[in-house]
Design a protein around this ligand. Structure first.
Ligand SMILES: [Zn+2]
Length: 204
């Protein structure tokens, strides 16, 4: 078990990763992000590099509430990292934060209104994970004051998502809940030989 690919992680897990489906709105986010950050020409360039049916999903994203094979999103994301992100996979963190900020101020407005603290959010987190990725089950628990762990079981996410996209998304949660000094550690990871991924959140 090792990170044999700097974007997808442990390539021995590729078959496991491909079992996942993702919500269509995550694909719509690819186009929006590349368009606003790098311009329409970058969208067109990436789409042209991809197999036609995958490129079509970038140009004309499927319905927001449909379930899509993660394989297509992974191919699009690899092209984004290798293209406009110039191979810097850590830029996926910023991307995740933008999705988190938008989602949390629209889709999860009601949830946030009820969960104004990180403690309450950790309690509600499972529901938010399930709405992006299937199969898989999220689980949040408070370990001590200012320390919680969120785990995602039954689903192997590609490395760039579990190690950059999701931490970025969680950082956005921290900002929107006014959590001070939030630090996210991702040591328990499928790509490091564990049977699931978990994120430790520390805050003041
Ligand atoms: Zn991981």
């Amino acid at each position: 078990m090792a990170i044999t690919d700097k974007i997808f992680g442990d390539m021995a897990l590729l078959r496991e990763m491909h079992k996942t489906t993702v919500k269509g709105n995550l694909l719509a986010w690819r186009r929006r992000y590349v368009q606003t950050r790098f311009g329409q020409s970058a969208v067109d360039r990436i789409a042209a590099e991809l197999p036609a049916e995958v490129g079509a999903k970038l140009l004309n994203p499927p319905l927001a509430f449909s379930w899509q094979p993660i394989k297509d999103m992974m191919e699009i994301d690899r092209a984004i990292v290798l293209g406009p992100m110039r191979g810097d996979v850590s830029q996926m963190k910023q991307f995740g934060a933008e999705i988190g900020t938008a989602d949390l101020s629209t889709v999860y407005k009601l949830l946030l209104r009820a969960a104004v603290t990180m403690e309450k959010f950790v309690d509600k987190a499972p529901a938010t994970f399930d709405s992006y990725f299937q199969p898989g089950k999220g689980d949040g628990m408070l370990i001590a004051a200012g320390h919680a762990r969120i785990a995602f079981k039954g689903c192997t996410l590609p490395y760039y998502l579990c190690s950059f996209g999701l931490p970025g998304w969680l950082e956005a949660v921290g900002k929107l809940t006014g959590t001070k000094g939030l630090r996210i550690q991702h040591d328990i990871c499928c790509h490091r030989g564990h049977d699931h991924c978990a994120w430790d959140l520390f805050w003041l």
